[in-house]
Design a protein around this ligand. Structure first.
Ligand code: SF4
Length: 273
């Protein structure tokens, strides 16, 4: 079984993160979503049917901020719910910026139950500073997190391990997670191609984490990383989120806006059909 079907939403981004991988791998895909909606619907449906028996979960993602294009999300989820209703585990990866209560309700209504919120730090003001969130966005990460929880979503913090983490030890970080952010899950993601902003202490923090005997291993995930229980939070250390290692089988199927399936983010040569 392949880990997930990654559905890429065509959208720009209001943020300007210095570690943005999407800007480094700026492969563009044409979409017929607006110009020939009927054909686009048929092509997407075909790929969703193919993926249905092969993947464990669906991740809604983007080369920008997916919730900017909420209508595309609604359309693609409508197709998934119609042709593959068994694919019920659907997550969305978002920066959270511009994610209003109304949009959260639309995501819930569409069938999405897990919100994976990307943060490059664990202090609110540093998140906004590092992501260079425009002031007019009025982004308040902790208020958003409370609203996500109230609405009944499972909240995952997808933590980009920037050099913000150089100044803290694992106990301080875990204390912020448990007492301030209170996610159901947290994944610590190693940054690639951004050496000037990536933390230098990723391996040290991971070693410290593993040495805390009260944290126990739960299961090995399809992406190849172990999931731990840490004071009631499901924690994953993901040091290969770009699938840089060679693997015999694809870890993802990626449904791009051109309605074709790929196995890699960084090359159109990975197209399946
Ligand atoms: S929020 Fe995501 S897409 Fe936008 S700049 Fe940051 S990393 Fe890139």
């Amino acid at each position: 079984m392949i880990g997930s079907l990654q559905v890429t939403i065509p959208a720009g981004c209001m943020n300007d993160c210095p570690f943005c991988v999407y800007r480094q791998h700026a492969t563009r895909f044409r979409t017929e979503w607006q110009s020939n909606h009927e054909r686009w619907t048929q092509e997407i449906a075909k790929r969703v049917r193919y993926a249905a028996s092969r993947v464990a979960a669906i991740m809604i993602t983007s080369h920008g901020e997916p919730t900017i294009n909420i209508n595309y999300i609604r359309d693609v989820m409508g197709i998934i719910n119609r042709v593959a209703p068994e694919m019920a585990h659907v997550e969305i990866q978002t920066s959270g910026v511009g994610l209003t209560e109304e949009k959260l309700d639309i995501l819930y209504e569409a069938g999405i139950r897990v919100i994976s919120l990307s943060v490059p730090a664990l202090h609110e003001e540093d998140i906004i500073r590092i992501m260079r969130v425009p002031a007019k966005a009025n982004y308040e990460p902790l208020n958003l997190v409370a609203m996500i929880r109230e609405k009944g979503f499972v909240l995952r913090l997808s933590i980009a391990m920037t050099n913000w983490f150089d100044d803290y030890n694992i106990d301080y970080i875990m204390d912020l997670l448990v007492n301030v952010w209170k996610p159901s899950q947290a994944s610590f993601k190693k940054l690639y191609g951004a050496d000037n902003i990536a933390t230098k202490v990723y391996d040290e923090l991971l070693t410290e984490f593993k040495s805390r005997t009260r944290y126990r291993k739960l299961e090995l995930l399809a992406l190849g990383a172990w999931k731990y229980d840490a004071d009631g939070i499901g924690v994953v250390w993901n040091d290969d989120c770009m699938v840089s290692e060679e693997t015999a089988d694809p870890r993802y199927l990626i449904l791009q806006p051109d309605a074709k399936l790929y196995t890699r983010w960084d090359t159109k040569g990975s197209v399946i059909f």
